[in-house]
Design a protein around this ligand. Structure first.
Ligand SMILES: NC(=O)c1ccc[n+]([C@@H]2O[C@H](COP(=O)([O-])OP(=O)(O)OC[C@H]3O[C@@H](n4cnc5c(N)ncnc54)[C@H](O)[C@@H]3O)[C@@H](O)[C@H]2O)c1
Length: 434
């Protein structure tokens, strides 16, 4: 199969690399010349474990290449994937589809024979039909089908998720598109990974329903955590106790500082917005969005409480700023709410993150960056664990506490136990929900 992949972000690049590893001939396109230059030089513009090696392997095998010229990539392709961003539109919470439609129009003009135009970006119900309209309008004689193929990979584990998915969802309206999509995903089908064929609208809805459900699950346990703190229960054990119930499952039940990232915040908002437009408001999702904002703000209060009510003039060591470990992605990370509140409150913030510094430098003004946790905590008044990177999971707590001016810890990921923190010399410790 000849495949063109439009957009080489977290989804497009991983998808393109993995499709080439399936044996397909893939050309990845990006309109950002800096990214294309890096990719051509064998460098990966994002941090995603394992990606660089897999990319190099497939480039060397002659199956994978990069270009800034969409027309070259699309000419002769049997499938063209749209994997551009769909951020929140300013003002109304809707998904901004500008990039999707712009890509569709460009693709239309570049089609040379029949192709399936597949939307991999997360797009509201009805968008794939609109993509078809855009193409038809721009190129009335073009031969094409559209397909919806939402992506479920997680940053930080993206390759494994792509290669061993829980399921692949494909929305189609023609046998031809179904056959092309079946051919593309054949290596997964042969290994018995479920492929679910639906219509376009259902595929689009599955993606939003999945993300809204997961965001709800996290928010549910975060709210339970708040109550646990009041009544003296331990949310970690509550999570374990309910997660062992097969109907509930143990994933996405870790209490923390609220969900963030490039998907849940924007996708819950877009879903709520779509539902409002169809006069079928999703009250649960709307509440989840609201509660999640409150949870993030509650974390600031927790830090202030540990610091006797104020961080003014105090040094705060922040461990981790990315929205989760194993990614450099900072989009909508809880740190973007919590750190500015601390800086605004007069704190001197010293941050450390294995991959977050490049983005963090722009997004978190007024923060000093250091290279390791001990350096961050030196003479600090409190250490705040915001992202549970592996290197923050096995700290020498005694050494950490010893270097601090005041040994206090806000462990917003429940990495350590209150007893261990106390034993190591922390005079004040607070986790989430325990
Ligand atoms: N990041 C995730 O974990 C994840 C997971 C599942 C689904 N998604 C969805 O996938 C989509 C892409 O997300 P992402 O995180 O990869 O975004 P991203 O912002 O990292 O990447 C988008 C890329 O598309 C490029 N682009 C935009 N318009 C283009 C055009 N006309 N031609 C060529 N390139 C163009 C941009 O330059 C950018 O490099 C979104 O809809 C997102 O919701 C993301």
């Amino acid at each position: 199969m000849k495949i063109a992949m439009i957009g080489t972000g977290y989804v497009g690049l991983v998808s393109g690399v993995c499709f080439s590893d399936f044996g397909h001939e893939v050309i990845c396109v990006d309109k950002d010349p800096r990214k294309v230059e890096m990719l051509k030089a064998g460098q990966v513009p994002i941090y995603e474990p394992g990606l660089e090696a897999l990319m190099a392997k497939n480039v060397a095998a002659g199956r994978l290449s990069f270009t800034g010229d969409l027309a070259t990539a699309v000419a002769g392709a049997e499938a063209v994937f749209i994997a551009v961003g769909t951020p929140t539109r300013r003002g109304d919470g809707h998904a901004d589809l500008t990039y999707v439609f712009a890509a569709a129009e460009e693709i239309a003009r570049a089609l040379t024979g029949h192709a399936v135009v597949v939307t991999k970006s997360t797009v509201p119900v009805g968008t794939n039909s609109k993509v078809a309209e855009v193409i038809r309008k721009a190129a009335p004689h073009a031969e094409f089908d559209v397909a919806s193929n939402p992506e479920f990979l997680r940053e930080g584990a993206a390759i494994d998720d792509f290669m061993r998915p829980d399921r692949v969802v494909v929305g189609v309206t023609s046998d031809r598109a179904k056959q092309v999509m079946g051919e593309i995903y054949r290596p997964l089908f042969l290994r018995d990974f479920p492929i679910l064929y639906t219509d376009l609208e259902t595929a689009e809805m599955i993606k939003y329903a999945a993300n809204a459900f997961l965001a709800t699950k996290i928010t549910f346990i975060n709210e339970i955590a708040t109550l646990c703190e009041k009544v003296g229960a331990d949310v970690k054990q509550v999570s374990k106790g309910i997660g062992l119930d097969g109907r509930i499952g143990n994933k996405f039940l870790h209490a923390g500082p609220g969900y963030g990232g490039s998907c849940f915040p924007k996708d819950t908002q877009a879903l709520a917005r779509t539902a409002q437009e169809y006069a079928a408001p999703m009250q649960i999702v709307e509440t989840v969005i609201k509660v999640n904002e409150e949870i993030k703000r509650r974390m600031v209060t927790k830090i202030l409480d540990l610091c006797d009510g104020s961080v003014n003039g105090k040094t705060v060591a922040v461990l981790g700023v990315t929205f989760k470990p194993n990614t450099d992605d900072m989009r909508d990370a809880p740190s973007l709410t919590i750190v500015p509140a601390l800086v605004g409150g007069g704190a001197k913030v010293r941050a450390v993150d294995p991959q977050g510094q490049r983005e963090g430098r722009h997004l978190l003004p007024g923060v000093d960056w250091v290279e390791d946790a001990y350096e961050a905590a030196k003479d600090a008044d409190i250490v705040v664990i915001l992202t549970e990177w592996n290197e923050f999971r096995a700290l020498d707590l005694k050494r950490l506490a010893k270097g601090m001016a005041h040994a206090r810890m806000a462990d917003l990921r429940n990495v350590y136990s209150p007893a261990d923190a106390k034993k190591a010399g922390f005079r004040a410790y607070a986790g989430v929900g325990r």
